[in-house]
Design a protein around this ligand. Structure first.
Ligand SMILES: NC(=O)c1ccc[n+]([C@@H]2O[C@H](COP(=O)([O-])OP(=O)(O)OC[C@H]3O[C@@H](n4cnc5c(N)ncnc54)[C@H](O)[C@@H]3O)[C@@H](O)[C@H]2O)c1
Length: 267
């Protein structure tokens, strides 16, 4: 079977570089070229590849010259939609990992993918363990009235709470169909100690050097607690999910939003 031709946009970034390694390491995939706005050279070395990989400072050149079947994007929200349009309009499928896209952006990607009969996978979290954590939390949410989320990330993270914590809370509430019970505190002597609150779920954000990304969802009921925890210890955790998306996206028409749909976890 012919290898799937892949191009990576944002190739000099943290996720982009890790994705290059993962693509090169997979026998079913061929890394054709890479793009990054910061590119100063025309080639880059990727460990595991004997020849150098063409590198451009724009995705347009990569698509025109190498015709990749799949474009993987890990850039910034401001650049991601341009890359999505370029890829889908020029015959490439899209795997989008860049976070911060709006509902309108997702709709546009879905429309474009249908119009050009291509597939697109957009996922805010490609770590398979994190997706399973959310899935398990959805199940538990039906059986417990109280729940809190503690998310722990490195000290350079820009936002709090994390997108994954908010997505987990949304999924739990949707599965439960009503808010959780939130035990009020009569006297909060240090403001914020009880965390933020989303329909009865308290969310606590820890930021420390030394951490990568972790999350624990704790459910409580009379005489028992249930804790579901996921730890990302390196960016390698995202790679199996990204590679799965690259292999599946060529068989899809339209947008698949969220890795859980590809893992066929059901409700
Ligand atoms: N979906 C997931 O599982 C997942 C996991 C981790 C990070 N992310 C997201 O991935 C994105 C990238 O994260 P990162 O840590 O690699 O960031 P980073 O800053 O290390 O890398 C981003 C790269 O994009 C490049 N870039 C910016 N504008 C560009 C453009 N117009 N064209 C081409 N390249 C451009 C930058 O030069 C940089 O090299 C962020 O949105 C982050 O939130 C998603």
């Amino acid at each position: 079977m012919a290898k799937i031709k892949v191009a990576v946009n944002g190739a000099l970034g943290r996720m982009g570089q890790q994705t290059l390694h993962a693509v090169v390491a997979d026998p079913d995939l061929e890394l054709t070229a890479a793009a990054d706005i910061k590119a100063e050279r025309e080639h880059m070395s990727v460990p595991g590849l004997p020849k150098k990989t063409p590198l451009y400072n724009n995705l347009t050149s990569v698509i025109e010259m190498y015709h990749p079947q799949v474009v993987v994007d890990f850039t910034v929200p401001e650049a991601a939609m341009g890359a999505a349009r370029l890829a889908l309009k020029n015959g490439a499928c899209l795997v989008m990992g860049t976070t911060g896209l709006s509902e309108a952006n997702l709709k546009e990607i879905d429309d474009l993918a249908h119009r050009y009969k291509k597939g697109a996978v957009v996922a805010a979290n490609f770590a398979i363990g994190a997706i399973i954590m959310i899935h398990l939390a959805k199940t538990a949410a039906k059986y417990f009235d109280n729940a809190e989320i503690i998310e722990l990330h490195h000290d350079k993270k820009l936002d709090a709470p994390s997108g994954t914590a908010l997505a987990t809370a949304r999924a739990m509430l949707q599965s439960r169909g009503k808010p959780f019970s939130y035990p009020g505190t009569e006297k909060e002597t240090l403001k914020g100690t009880r965390g933020g609150q989303s329909e009865g779920i308290a969310i606590h954000s820890v930021r420390l050097p030394g951490l990568v990304a972790s999350q624990e969802v704790i459910f409580g009921a009379l005489g028992q607690t249930l804790s579901i925890r996921h730890d990302t210890v390196s960016r390698e955790s995202f790679m199996p999910g990204i590679i799965l998306a690259v292999k599946e996206v060529i068989h899809i028409y339209g947008l698949v939003y969220g890795l859980e749909r590809l893992l066929k976890l059901g409700d």
